[in-house]
Design a protein around this ligand. Sequence first.
Ligand SMILES: [Zn+2]
Length: 243
Amino acid sequence: MIDPKYNFINKIFTLIILFGLAACTTQNETQVQDTEPQIFTQEMQQQITPEEALDRLKAGNKRFVNDSIKYKDYREQFEGTAEGQYPHSTVFACIDSRSSAEHFFDLGIGEIFKARIAGNALSEDVIGSMEFATKAAGSKLLTVIGHTNCGAVKGAIDNVEMGHLTGLLDKIKPAMEEVSDTLQPRTSDNKEFVTAVTKAHVQNVIAEIRSESEIISDLEEAGDIKIVGGIYDLSTGEVAFFE
Ligand SMILES: [Zn+2]
């Protein structure tokens, strides 16, 4: 028969070992995260696939939403990227002060090219920038990200006219026609309608990029890049990709 006292001591030892192992695992996981490269290198850009680049954006947005943003040593990043940049993705977003891609995708300096125009209104200069970012500079993912409660989209719905803004808002208006008539009222006060117009506009922008840029559409057809639209929710921090 086993001595009850010995049995008790044995159990205590087992518990100590188990707790010790658990602590080691947590420490190792933390170490892996802490040592993850902060600088996106040329080698990493060459190796990453368009799908993996999208996964990187999704994972970063999950960290942003869950309040688990990775520590960023910006000094290390700007020192490490000063001689060259190898971004994996390009993000075309609105100028809105709450819609900053590095933040909502929790990415570092040198990881993404960004073009920002009110309401994601497309122009030849933006397309030219995208051609540079993909064909010349090697980014693998091209995203167009609208956002909820967009002032430019609301301005287009309200038919605002003001200086150069008038022409910019005209580029958003076709999206209104694409939203089902069943969605009423069709006003800027109706958040659901504004979001539906924003989504339709993002899709229109992507279609226009494909039709206007032979360089980008060829890259996409060859599988060298992927083009994806999405919408950033200002209130939750979440980016919903259209796939
Ligand atoms: Zn906006």
